[in-house]
Design a protein around this ligand. Structure first.
Ligand SMILES: [Zn+2]
Length: 167
């Protein structure tokens, strides 16, 4: 079954699997409405302070208890860079600005998180470090004293930073 949508959002009739636009999708048997299963997108920020990087300890699954870059889902109608700034403030109490786009990761097995992860470089411009929202702690780490890292994308960005290979 593609998507798990049982009833049409337009007319309420049962949806069925049908091969359409290159793959199996849920289609309404009555009004032909096609359900497109859109991917979740996350925007996260790599924020440095001297030789340290800002990490947050996750208090929710998946990867609960491990450390990730501050960030979260992009809301419908919200610009990705605005989402990154909002999430940094919500999770760490810090006001940041976006410096540049670092990379975009696609991890199709991240169904429970976000398969598309946009990573920005950010810079602190205000606020006070304080863990909030869905994180347990927020802290600065040097490359030689890193905690257990959540998500492959976080690890890859940290590796590039450690190896001074992120351009
Ligand atoms: Zn319908």
């Amino acid at each position: 079954m593609a998507g798990g949508i049982n009833y049409c959002v337009r007319c309420g009739a049962p949806m069925e699997d049908r091969f359409i636009y290159g793959r199996v999708r849920r289609v309404c048997g009555a009004c032909e409405h096609v359900h497109f299963d859109d991917p979740k997108v996350a925007a996260v920020t790599f924020i440095r302070n001297g030789d340290k990087v800002l990490l947050v300890k996750r208090s929710v699954d998946p990867e609960r208890g491990k450390w990730a870059l501050p960030g979260g889902y992009v809301d419908a109608g919200e610009a990705p860079n605005a989402a990154a700034i909002r999430e940094a403030l919500e999770e760490t109490g810090l006001e940041i600005e976006i410096v540049r786009l670092l990379d975009v990761f696609f991890t199709p097995n991240h169904i429970r998180v976000a398969p598309i992860i946009i990573i920005y470089e950010g810079r602190m411009i205000g606020g006070h470090l304080q863990a909030n929202d869905d994180v347990e702690e927020a802290a600065w780490y040097t490359a030689d004293n890193l905690p257990s890292i959540a998500f492959e994308s976080t690890q890859q960005m940290i590796n590039r930073w450690v190896n001074n290979a992120w351009g």
